[in-house]
Design a protein around this ligand. Structure first.
Ligand SMILES: Cc1cc2ncn([C@H]3O[C@H](COP(=O)(O)O)[C@@H](O)[C@H]3O)c2cc1C
Ligand SMILES: O=C(O)c1cccnc1
Length: 348
């Protein structure tokens, strides 16, 4: 059996129940910490302990170029992908800045850019292929390359010792790939899924929609299964995100899903192995295209809605301090009994 079909254990219901009970014993009206209470309960189930903690966060940014970008679907040229890899490891990108105060285990994985990237500390310069193929003409990835990308995502997660995993992505043109994936998986067309990505104009948006529709027609026979969608419409970094997420579920590592591209990868990963779903949490609602529809399909309710549309894992990194606040409150607040505070009446 292929590794990614292997079991993802269920989070501990016993520890979820213990955490839920503790939340109701803390010196506050029941439910008054809103979503923060659910965060504490979720982490209790994930860590199999009633009082969980979050200090070890891992961030992996997967980068790759996309054949479809040669069709002019982005406001930026594909050279920017490799240039941004340098910027990630140089500390100047948004995710680099955000990872710093989290003391996150941060690294970048170059899955395959058009332009070569110089080796650097914190860079896994793998270059599995010089980008993906133009999926409006042929499958983006071969079956063998798709498997190697999934395997690379797995291998990255196997190196980690963390309590939360964030995957970022960088790839000019990858909102077109992510939109095509959402369309294929959710039964939508180009107009319903395409957004403005890096800030494209109306004519480019029309072209983006048409190219997605062309690809959906071209590959129609291969889009019934999530692996077929990944191979025909994905990209090297999107497949690596899928593999990383799937391994997280198997290794009991919760995933904080970032924006539109990350969610498209999560959609396919959870379709490949539904046991992954309880290990996913959505960080934010991106303003890109069909992000809301993809989150709804996964049954994920994002923590934040800041109008962000960057990717890189940036929305997820911004949400981490909120998760830490939730766990600190859960661990350190006094109970009614400890603080000699009178409890309210229980209303049913
Ligand atoms: C300088 C720069 C930094 C980025 N960081 C993330 N993205 C984001 O934009 C790209 C997707 O948008 P599109 O499909 O329109 O090309 C991805 O690389 C994504 O991560 C960036 C884009 C740019 C230009
Ligand atoms: O939501 C995202 O991940 C996103 C949106 C636009 C451009 N790049 C990434």
């Amino acid at each position: 059996m292929t590794w990614y079909y292997g079991e993802c254990p269920a989070p501990s219901q016993r520890h979820r129940d213990l955490a839920r009970k503790r939340q109701d014993e803390l010196t506050k009206p029941p439910g008054s910490l809103g979503r923060l209470e659910k965060v504490a309960v979720d982490f209790a189930g994930w860590q199999s302990r009633a009082i969980p903690e979050l200090s070890r966060v891992a961030v992996r940014v997967f980068a790759a170029d996309h054949g479809i970008s040669r069709r002019g679907v982005s406001a930026f040229p594909p050279e920017v992908t490799a240039q941004m890899v340098d910027n990630f490891v140089g500390g100047g990108a948004a995710i680099s800045v955000l990872s710093q105060p989290l003391r996150a285990d941060f690294a970048v994985v170059n899955m395959g850019t058009f332009e070569p990237v110089a080796n650097a500390p914190k860079l896994h310069n793998l270059q599995l292929a010089p980008g993906s193929a133009d999926f409006s003409e042929e499958p983006a990835l071969s079956a063998a390359l798709t498997e190697r990308c999934l395997e690379t995502g797995k291998a990255q997660v196997d190196m980690l010792d963390c309590q939360l995993f964030i995957a970022g992505e960088m790839g000019i043109g990858n909102t077109t790939a992510a939109a095509a994936i959402c369309a294929a998986h959710l039964g939508l067309d180009g107009a319903a899924v395409a957004g403005r990505g890096t800030g494209i104009d109306d004519a480019t948006l029309r072209r983006k929609r048409e190219l997605i529709d062309t690809a959906l027609n071209l590959h129609a026979g291969a889009l019934d299964a999530p692996l077929g969608i990944l191979q025909c419409l994905g990209g090297l970094e999107i497949a690596a995100l899928c593999g990383a997420y799937l391994r997280c579920g198997q290794r009991r590592i919760p995933v904080l899903v970032d924006g539109f591209i990350a969610t498209a990868a999560a959609l396919l990963a959870a379709a490949i192995n539904p046991g992954l779903r309880p290990w996913l949490m959505a960080a934010h609602r991106s303003s890109e295209g069909a992000h809301g529809r993809a989150l709804d399909a996964l049954g994920l309710d994002p923590l934040l809605d800041l109008g962000m549309r960057l990717g890189e894992g940036s929305g997820a990194a911004v949400a981490v301090p909120i998760l830490q606040s939730a766990l600190r409150l859960h661990a350190q607040m006094a109970t009614f009994h400890q603080a000699h505070v009178q409890e309210g009446e229980t209303h049913t």
